[in-house]
Structure formats: structure tokens, C-alpha cells
Design a protein around this ligand. Structure first.
Ligand SMILES: [Ca+2]
Ligand SMILES: [Ca+2]
Length: 402
């Protein structure tokens, strides 16, 4: 990186800040107290200083100020640099030390990482004027409470979170992603881990997963007695009907619906299980279905007046459906065989459950003399496929004579 002399402004601001905060403050940021790195030539660097804004790790960066006992403040998010977190704890980029210049967090032969499960830093940064800085020295070490965010709100994020799991009854473990795991009883302490990913077993039969599908593989090293209550947030925008969403647990090679509650306001699904393994949220595959809802007809002179109603009886809106009208010597309306086509029309943008009525005036010509029922077939041209086609046709209750 090109060396750029830092502006004086940040130093002035920091001095002001420190004067304002000098009246005894706990350290800020999200580092554990007593977090120290060690510079081979400059000694200890405090990542949890009791003054200043502290050091904060996020999914995308490390920001704030560390304090070097011999070199003063180190700005982790300077104007022309900044320490970057790739979201999984692999750091890169540059910090700026007010007295000794740039510090590279991903130098050749070194590099600093954060264990996403524990928040413990390891590896070495390189200062252009001060050499190596060790983040896991023998008598120190740097630890953050940051853990990777894995799809907070249940929307397709990936990553791993781990939490201490103490002994006791009704032990509730909450993760940053919003996942909670409540053990009815923990006999030996351990760690409970949630790994979110977008790959896993196919959807349960008759159901579909979110888009993208999000799997939560939950495991624990704690000794526990079942049952366990698992709650997982979901993004309602990933489902056609969030009210129908279920929590599934993958047990013995197949999905099992373990849902005990679905809070459709907070969008959290809870289930009760006796073991831990992958979980996923799924909803019934939405039904596409058009229905011939009603038809009536009257004769007036040479005109045939037909009133026909279709209904979208599926779960999804229908952009367009085409409806055919027929004369048939029998009540069986199929659109072919002895049915005579007398017209068709299109209906656009029909919402789920909505009906649409069209009044048609038709002139009967070139039809053999006889007795006819008037019939309709919704989606007669099979513009889209439906799960149920037995409800697509309907005839008038009585026939008329030509
Ligand atoms: Ca017929
Ligand atoms: Ca149908």
C-alpha cells in the first residue's frame, strides 16, 4: 500500500474524546478484557483499552482504537486503510499507528485470523516500521465476543456459531442468528454449535424449502437429557404462505415435522426434539388450480347470453387463464368430442381465491338443430399445468333448443 501521511484531524478528535472520557469508563467495543497482542519490537498492545471507543469486530471489519504501550493509538479503521473481516474471521487490510505507520493484517508469511467458534485471534500482523505483532503470545492473547452472523432473521445466511452450554435445567442458548436451543436438562457442560448452510437433503415430500434453502445443523458437546426445544427464525418473504411453514428435523434419513409453534408475527418456528441434527423450514408446495365456478345461459332471439365464472382455487396468483365456451348435446363438457366451440376469452391477474365473471353475447350460427347445454372449460388450452383438472369444466343445468 502506498504510504500516505495521516491527517492530523483524527488525532485531534481522539484527544478531545479522551479528555471527555477520562473520568473512569469501562472499555467499549466487543473485545474481552485483558486482550493483548505483542509486538516484537514495541511490546504490548491493548485491544481492550479502558479509554477511547474500544475495538469492535463486525462481520465486515475491525474498527476502533487499540493502545500500544510504547507507540500510542492504533486506528483500525483509518481513512485510507482499514482492517477487513471476510465474515468468517479472516482479516486483511491495514491499521494505522499514529507514531509508526501502517500495520498489515495479511502480510506475506503472516496473517491474522479469528476463530469463528471461540472469538480467539491467532497469527501475526506486520508493521512497516515495527516488525511482527503476535496476536497469540504466550502471556497474552486477543479475544472478541463477535461471532459470525449466520442469516439473522433466517434468510439464507451461512456460517457457524458456537455458545457455551452450562449445566442446569431449562438451559436456554441464544445465537446471533436468532436460533435458540433450550435443553430441558444439561448434566455436563459443553459447547452447542449451529452451522447454517444452503445445501442439505432435498425438501420433505409435498413441501418446498425457502429460496435459498437454509439448513441449520445443530450439535452439542454437552451431556443432556431430552427433550430439546429448538426455535428458528424464518424470512416470511421466502414462503408463499408463511402461516403454513413448518419446522422439520432430519432424523434417521428422513424429514420429520417437529413443529410445536409458528409465531406468524415474529416469524419464529419452534419444535421439540430428542436429538440434534439438521433442521429446515419448509411449507406445503403451493397448489395451482383453476375452477369452473358457475355458468348460466339464456336465449334471446338469435342471441345466446352466457354468464360464466372462474375461480382461482389455488395458492398462487394466476397471470392469465383462457376460458373456452361450448355447446354440448350432453352435460359432459370436455372441449372436444361432441362439444362445439362457440368462443373463448382471457382473464388476467386473478389472485388466489378470487373469482371472475364474464357476460358474453353470442350468436348461434351453423349449429345443427337440436338440444344443447352450454359449457365452459377453464384453462382449456392448458396454458399452465394444474394439480386438479377434474374441476375445470361445468355445464348449464338445463338445455335449450336451437
Ligand atoms: Ca359433451
Ligand atoms: Ca383445476
Amino acid at each position: 500500500m502506498k504510504r500516505i501521511n495521516q491527517l492530523k484531524i483524527p488525532f485531534v478528535l481522539l484527544t478531545t474524546l479522551l479528555v471527555g472520557m477520562r473520568t473512569g469508563m469501562a472499555f467499549a467495543g466487543n473485545m474481552e478484557s485483558g486482550s493483548y497482542a505483542y509486538g516484537e519490537n514495541i511490546g504490548w498492545i491493548n485491544f481492550s483499552p479502558s479509554q477511547g471507543p474500544g475495538v469492535t469486530v463486525t462481520d465486515s471489519a475491525v474498527a476502533g482504537y487499540a493502545w500500544g504501550e510504547n507507540i500510542g493509538w492504533i486506528n483500525l479503521a483509518p481513512t485510507y486503510g482499514g482492517v477487513v473481516n471476510d465474515g468468517a474471521g479472516h482479516l486483511s487490510g491495514y491499521a494505522w499507528a499514529e507514531n509508526v505507520g501502517w500495520i498489515n493484517f495479511a502480510p506475506t508469511g503472516g496473517g491474522v485470523t479469528i476463530d469463528p467458534a471461540t472469538g480467539v485471534f491467532s497469527g501475526d500482523a506486520w508493521g512497516e516500521n515495527i516488525g511482527w505483532i503476535n496476536f497469540a503470545p504466550t502471556y497474552g492473547g486477543v479475544t472478541t465476543s463477535w461471532r459470525p452472523s449466520i442469516g439473522s432473521g433466517g434468510g439464507g445466511g451461512t456460517g457457524t456459531e458456537s455458545q457455551n452450554t452450562p449445566t442446569g435445567s431449562n438451559v436456554n442458548i441464544s445465537f446471533g442468528s436468532g436460533v435458540t436451543v433450550t435443553f430441558s436438562s444439561v448434566s455436563t457442560a459443553g459447547d452447542t454449535t449451529v452451522t447454517a448452510s444452503n445445501t442439505g437433503p432435498g425438501a420433505p415430500s409435498g413441501f418446498q424449502l425457502g429460496n435459498p434453502p437454509t439448513y441449520y445443523d445443530i450439535s452439542t458437546t454437552a451431556g443432556y437429557t431430552p427433550p430439546i426445544t429448538v426455535c428458528i427464525p424464518y424470512d416470511p418473504n421466502q414462503y408463499v404462505d408463511p402461516n403454513q411453514a413448518k419446522l422439520f428435523h432430519y432424523e434417521n434419513g428422513s424429514w420429520k415435522d417437529v413443529t410445536i409453534s409458528n409465531n406468524t408475527v415474529t416469524h419464529i418456528l419452534c419444535g421439540r426434539v430428542n436429538s440434534l441434527s439438521p433442521f429446515a423450514v419448509a411449507e406445503p408446495i403451493p397448489v395451482v388450480d383453476m375452477k369452473a365456478y358457475a355458468i348460466s345461459a339464456t336465449i334471446g332471439g338469435a342471441n345466446l347470453y352466457v354468464s360464466s365464472t372462474v375461480q382461482n382455487s389455488g395458492d398462487l396468483p394466476i397471470a392469465q387463464v383462457n376460458v373456452g365456451l361450448y355447446l354440448s348435446p350432453d352435460k359432459a363438457i370436455t372441449g372436444d368430442g361432441n362439444d362445439i366451440s362457440i368462443g373463448n376469452y382471457s382473464v388476467s391477474n386473478l389472485a388466489a381465491n378470487a373469482t371472475n365473471t364474464v357476460n358474453s353475447t353470442l350468436t348461434i350460427q351453423n349449429v345443427p338443430e337440436g338440444s344443447y347445454y352450454v359449457g365452459m372449460v377453464a384453462n382449456y388450452d392448458q396454458l399452465f399445468s394444474e394439480g386438479d383438472t377434474t374441476n375445470n369444466a361445468r355445464s348449464t343445468s338445463s338445455a335449450f333448443r336451437t
